[in-house]
Design a protein around this ligand. Sequence first.
Ligand SMILES: O=P(O)(O)OC[C@H]1O[C@H](O[C@H]2O[C@H](CO)[C@@H](O)[C@H](O)[C@H]2O)[C@H](O)[C@@H](O)[C@@H]1O
Ligand SMILES: O=c1ccn([C@@H]2O[C@H](COP(=O)(O)OP(=O)(O)O)[C@@H](O)[C@H]2O)c(=O)[nH]1
Length: 466
Amino acid sequence: MSRLIVVSNRVTPPAAKGEESVGGLAMALAAALREYSGIWFGWSGKTTPEFTGQIQMQKAEGVTVATVDLEEADYQEYYNGFANKTLWPLCHYRIDLAAYDRAFGEGYERVNCRFAETLRPLVEPDDLIWVHDYHLIPLGRELRRLDVKNRIGFFLHVPWPAHQLVATLPRHRQLVQSLFDYDLVGFQTEEYLQAFEEYVVAEAGGERLPGGRLRAFGRTMQVGAFPIGIDAAEFADLQRSPRARRTHDIMAAHTVFRSLVVGVDRLDYSKGLEERFLGFERFLADHPELRREVLFLQVAPVSREGVEAYQEIRARLDALSGRINGEYADLDWNPIRYVNRNYRRDELAGLYRAARVGLVTPLRDGMNLVAKEFVAAQNPENPGVLILSRFAGAANQMKEALLINPNSPEEISEALMRAMAMELPERIRRWRALYENVSREDVTAWRDSFVHALEGLEVRRTALAS
Ligand SMILES: O=P(O)(O)OC[C@H]1O[C@H](O[C@H]2O[C@H](CO)[C@@H](O)[C@H](O)[C@H]2O)[C@H](O)[C@@H](O)[C@@H]1O
Ligand SMILES: O=c1ccn([C@@H]2O[C@H](COP(=O)(O)OP(=O)(O)O)[C@@H](O)[C@H]2O)c(=O)[nH]1
């Protein structure tokens, strides 16, 4: 078996089960890598006054993690800048928030070049290289420039947006062209894959070829949809951990004679938190008789605090939760418990299990692993109900959830009412179908389908001299 080199911006050294911190990509890669020999390469999360290119190697839970520091300008222009002020809003249909600053584009190219140069000496001739996400689109091109002839795959964790949105990006053709230096490019859903193909055909005069291949810019590559999953078995195990029991019991004690509605998201404008709060407010207004019978717990650890749009959404949510609580709270009850802390996964497992309803309503989301974790954590004999945005990638696999339009407070309110009133047999029927899918299409299936597809491709270029 070939060695696997995984490259992502965010690298979280694998911790003991349950301890990892926030972010779906790092969760999934840590789980995927536990069974593979290889290296996980990326940014250390630290900055230094100047870029040194020095690699820090660490072995944790059987995975070798290699990280580099970035310099402050890289952090501002590449991570806060092009990745999170330009590409992230664009991929999440928020071109009103997208900044097109030339310095960001230069920082992005510079960091991709630095990543390639730092990684190059670690690459051995038979390694498979798997690059992740929008931070690193040009990395494949930079590795090819350094004569890396290995098979290289790329997986996009966020949505690929409609052609007309992509076209708002200056130098969009160059960015897409750089994807054609990969051998395999994967998306979360068929919808994103189709949007990519449409762009390539319309904008680059490309051509769809049989067998899931795409030709443009004088090159041919393989494309496909590979929906990411979770380690469902691990989540079931976490249920039995002392921390899961403790958080479960705390919430159960706070919701005696009440139903717990739970939301868990990074504090990000793409997650639809304002709309969710307004939907919950609508529910309180529509059903005065049920007001004191629900508690809505929203866990929202702060994220990307160096980006103004994230500071602004945080301020708006502080005001909105305060206003709703001020209006509806009583001496012994307030409707929303809004927490900006980051919880461990074993603690989240206990929270999910204590909930009658999981409220997952992003406006756009590549996949959304929280929806899957919520399902995996339920009690099979008395499962809660998942309310899920139709605009989360997860909605394609999770049809038995209550699918809603997250922009509509009425739909959120109606779905909450339906979830509260749902009888046990219907809850069990829906949950079984959801759980069957979450455990079948899990993180191992995702990793294996991508890696096997990459392995199965011919090495088109002559092998490296060893
Ligand atoms: O690394 P951060 O800037 O702190 O952000 C955390 C991650 O957010 C995004 O996650 C995406 O990947 C998930 C797993 O595939 C998916 O379920 C979710 O819908 C996506 O939003 C981002 O794409 C990652 O690169 C970040 O690490
Ligand atoms: O306090 C928290 C909140 C979230 N998460 C984890 O962060 C991930 C979020 O992934 P998702 O795909 O839902 O969205 P992303 O944040 O990657 O956009 C999930 O695995 C959550 O369990 C966590 O560990 N602690």
